[in-house]
Write a new protein. Structure first.
Length: 348
């Protein structure tokens, strides 16, 4: 039996294929024990970037949209703790409501802790103030796209600037009237069209005109209406980069939005402290007190946690979408710049 078995085993071994070699998996980069080899200095990149930013400063362009009388200028002045909006630039309070939507951009340089911010506030007087407000969002969309176009033309220049001036709108604060009912067709129409081209942050203006219960209900209703109408506001779900971002932004989307705010550039004395607030017959509404309104949440969101992200989403998403469409429409060629058009004409 012995030799027969060994013959069978030999036959079996011929049938069984040899185990395939596993593909070589590249090794994961191992964390090098720095204490073993001594300090390299990679972490100084952060300090280098900080120094560079402090030297050059950075641009931030914020647009405010909403009917007149909702305290847009005051809120922006409160956000940046300085007179940055139109009221401070010598306009008359008696000035008539424009017949159509106008766009006024006012630039400032704000410095804090050695960091310079080139702030531009873009105001849209006349929006939503007419009897017929049909398509009154069009001039605003046109303005936003014009800034993308301007940036694109600078970018495709052969001799382009090392630092292209950035006039693109990074953030649009959309002011909702504190009716306590529902959004107007105009609000929905505006946000539906503009949310595709700019970061919209909805805010409920003059929130001190509502009771706490009305405010909570109204916020929930607005969120529901935006969801039902498929309107994406900033921070958009699909742009969350990781789980930490998602958790943080979900909280903002589900609880804070739209921020119910009160703005004021007047100071009052409360318990021995000077506070920004609004004086009423029954007390002072403190702008930065979270028990009174959500202004502090909005400020922290726009300036202290998401300012860089607002700029990045504008550049990587909204501007890229515009750029791809323009190049596509132009058969893959960059749009002609003013310089090349002039050269072209002179050659003819």
């Amino acid at each position: 039996a012995g030799p027969v078995e060994s013959k069978n085993e030999a036959a079996m071994s011929e049938l069984v294929p040899e185990p395939r070699q596993k593909p070589v998996v590249p090794m994961k980069p191992m964390g090098i024990n720095a204490s073993l080899l001594g300090y390299i200095g990679i972490d100084t990149i952060i300090e280098q970037m900080r120094k560079k930013t402090m030297k050059t400063g950075f641009d931030f362009n914020i647009m405010v949209v909403g009917q007149s009388g909702l305290g847009k200028s005051t809120l922006v002045n409160t956000l940046f703790k300085s007179q940055v909006s139109r009221k401070s630039s010598g306009w008359n309070r008696e000035e008539k409501i424009p017949k159509t939507v106008e766009i006024k951009a006012i630039g400032h340089v704000i410095e804090e802790g050695g960091v310079k911010m080139k702030l531009t506030v873009i105001d849209t007087p006349g929006f939503g103030d007419q009897i017929n407000n049909e398509n009154c969002w069009e001039p605003i969309e046109k303005y936003i796209n014009e800034q993308y176009e301007k940036f694109l033309k600078e970018e495709v220049n052969i001799a382009r600037k090392k630092r292209i001036p950035d006039t693109r709108v990074h953030c649009c604060l959309y002011f909702i009237s504190p009716t306590g009912h529902s959004l107007r067709p105009l609000d929905l129409e505006f946000m539906k069209h503009l949310s595709k081209v700019v970061n919209i942050i909805p805010v409920i203006a003059k929130a001190d005109t509502m009771t706490l219960e009305e405010k909570t209900e109204f916020k929930q209703r607005v969120r529901k209406e935006l969801e039902v109408n498929g309107i994406e506001f900033y921070p958009q779900k699909e742009f969350d980069e990781d789980l930490e971002d998602k958790t943080e932004n979900d909280k903002i989307r589900q609880e804070s939005m739209p921020f119910a705010v009160v703005g004021s550039d007047k100071e009052y004395q409360v318990n021995g402290k000077r506070v920004l607030g609004r004086k009423t017959p029954w007390g002072i509404i403190e702008v930065e007190n979270l028990n009174h309104c959500e202004f502090a949440l909005l400020r922290d969101f726009v300036i202290r946690t998401h300012l860089q992200d607002l700029k990045e989403v504008t550049h990587n998403i909204h501007y890229e979408t515009y750029r791809a469409k323009r190049l596509n429409d132009n058969g893959g060629l960059p749009p002609m710049t003013v310089e090349t058009e002039e050269n072209h004409e002179s050659n003819l």
